[in-house]
Design a protein around this ligand. Structure first.
Ligand SMILES: Cc1cc2nc3c(=O)[nH]c(=O)nc-3n(C[C@H](O)[C@H](O)[C@H](O)COP(=O)(O)OP(=O)(O)OC[C@H]3O[C@@H](n4cnc5c(N)ncnc54)[C@H](O)[C@@H]3O)c2cc1C
Length: 475
């Protein structure tokens, strides 16, 4: 006997679970199936983001930053504490309890909104049927008017660097280490590599980051990227650009890495090696023969701008489709699809998706970089404000970095905002809202910002774009 639903969502990560909840809010009958299991063997909703990505990484970033600040900054505030001790077991217990509370929260949200949450493997069959296999071997078929594929992504592995989960590890393993490695290698100086490298460096590891590209953070505005590189260097995060890892092997509990740069081959010995070279779309055993759902050359499910796949009434969202692999991008796609299925209006503004790197200082941006605007040929102006001139940032002992606004010379439209500094990930929301409403720098100039706040940096950067900043010298 098959159960009938208006919508079946496969995957309960940050793309799938909001799609399911919004569809239920739209009075549709919804089931959401997920196969995620944590290291204790238990099923959990929330996908990569809640179990092995955004949330546990931010828990450890917060704890490790507190540890470093307590060690290096409290005395500057006139606070003396006795010997500071790291209790990693407690830190990891806290991380795990946050993850548990958040993932259990999704179960509660499903219940409250009437979504049927199912745990097991789901496979799309022809005719919009979904076969669900639960852990106990039980099988059932769901009949769906619409199916939403939200199966997410998985870390890319390198053949020359064979993953063993103990010494050569991925980002999930790196979040659950029970001891601080004396020497940590990270392959990849992207967002995940920098965040994980920061966590373990603060907790005491000597961290070497190997990055194949010559340029540091090439997709980030280069003024911000250069500033970030300077800070990471000062923090003794050893980032080696233009280095290609040739191979790695485990001997006597350590990893021998061989990498090449312009000078030739080099050897590096580390206790743990994290492979953080990116993620690929995950579609293993998701689609039966003949569903009509096509993948592109890179393995992403092919979709149009409204996330319709090549099969009728089958939609795909989140990391498994084109676009930045970010939780909030997947969430908006999920909401859009749930609205469109219900016959309502839905859209994602792909031009205004913020990105954040949760290092210290934080890095956040939205829209075009100065380099992109320059390449487009459009005349532009730039306003920047250093946090060194922010009273609030100084009071917080975090007066590093800057806020920078790039806007059009002709109509003053804001084209991109780039921040490196305290709470950059929170501050960027003002810029996202402004750009969503096609605001001009003048709109921000005329908006009152409370004093003393970090957000005044955005206000002053907007003023600086017209050489009318008050709290910094106009250049
Ligand atoms: C260390 C790390 C830190 C990150 N930090 C951030 C951050 O700070 N901010 C941010 O925006 N993004 C961050 N990301 C990226 C973010 O986690 C992803 O963009 C996001 O999880 C993608 O959401 P999704 O729902 O598309 O996929 P996922 O979260 O991967 O969820 C997909 C779900 O589908 C399930 N599934 C797959 N196939 C099937 C099947 N056949 N049957 C049943 N279930 C299935 C999976 O088990 C999984 O639970 C981070 C990622 C990592 C690894």
């Amino acid at each position: 006997m098959s159960e009938a639903y208006d919508v079946v969502v496969i995957g309960a990560g940050p793309a799938g679970y909001p799609a399911a909840i919004r569809a239920a809010q739209n009075k549709l009958k919804v089931a959401c199936v997920d196969e995620w299991r944590n290291t204790d063997g238990g099923y959990a909703f929330g996908g990569t983001c809640l179990n092995a990505g955004c949330i546990p990484s931010k828990a450890l970033l917060e704890s490790s930053e507190l540890y470093e600040r307590a060690k290096e900054e409290l005395s500057h505030h006139g606070l003396k504490i006795g010997a500071l001790e790291l209790d990693l077991a407690q830190m990891q217990k806290r991380r795990a309890s946050i993850v548990k509370a958040m993932t259990q929260g999704i179960t509660a949200l499903f219940k409250a909104s009437g979504v049927v949450g199912l745990q097991g493997h789901a496979r799309l069959l022809t005719g919009n049927q979904v076969l669900v296999k639960s852990a106990d071997g039980g099988e059932k078929t769901l009949q769906a008017k619409h199916v939403v594929l939200a199966s997410g992504s998985t870390p890319i592995r390198l053949n020359a660097v064979p993953h063993d989960g103990t010494h050569i590890i991925d980002s999930w393993n790196a979040l659950e280490l029970d001891a601080v490695p004396a020497r940590l290698g990270v392959i990849g100086a992207g967002v995940i590599g920098l965040e994980l490298g920061s966590v373990w460096r603060r907790l005491g590891s000597e961290v070497t980051v190997l990055e194949a590209l010559e340029e540091f953070l090439p997709t980030v505005d280069q003024t911000i990227a250069r500033e970030a590189q300077r800070h990471f260097k000062k923090q003794r995060l050893d980032i080696k650009l233009g280095t290609k890892v040739a191979r790695a092997s485990v001997t006597d509990g350590a990893v021998d890495v061989v990498y090449a740069d312009a000078q030739g081959e080099h050897a590096l010995k580390v206790d743990k090696l994290v492979v953080a070279v990116g993620r690929r779309p995950f579609t293993e055993d998701l689609l039966a023969q003949g569903t009509g759902v096509e993948l592109d050359a890179r393995g992403f499910i092919r979709v149009d701008e409204h996330c319709r796949t090549t099969a009728a009434n089958v939609w795909a969202i989140g990391d498994v489709v084109r676009g930045p692999m970010l939780a909030h991008k997947g969430k908006e796609e999920g909401i859009m699809v749930a609205e469109l299925i219900a016959g309502r209006y839905g859209e994602v503004n792909y031009k205004v998706i913020p990105s954040v790197i949760y290092t210290a200082p934080e890095i956040a941006w939205v829209g075009q970089t100065e380099e992109q605007v320059k390449a487009s040929g459009r005349a532009y102006k730039v306003g920047a404000f250093p946090f060194a001139a922010s009273g609030r940032a100084r009071a917080m002992d975090a007066a590093q970095g800057m806020a920078k606004i790039v806007s059009a010379q002709d109509d003053d439209e804001i084209l991109g905002v780039h921040i490196i500094g305290p709470m950059a990930g929170e501050l960027i929301s003002e810029a996202v809202l402004a750009m969503e409403y096609s605001a001009s720098t003048e709109d921000i100039q005329r908006t009152i910002h409370a004093h003393p706040t970090l957000s005044e940096a955005i206000h002053e950067a907007a003023l600086a774009a017209d050489k009318r900043a008050i709290d910094t010298i106009n250049r």
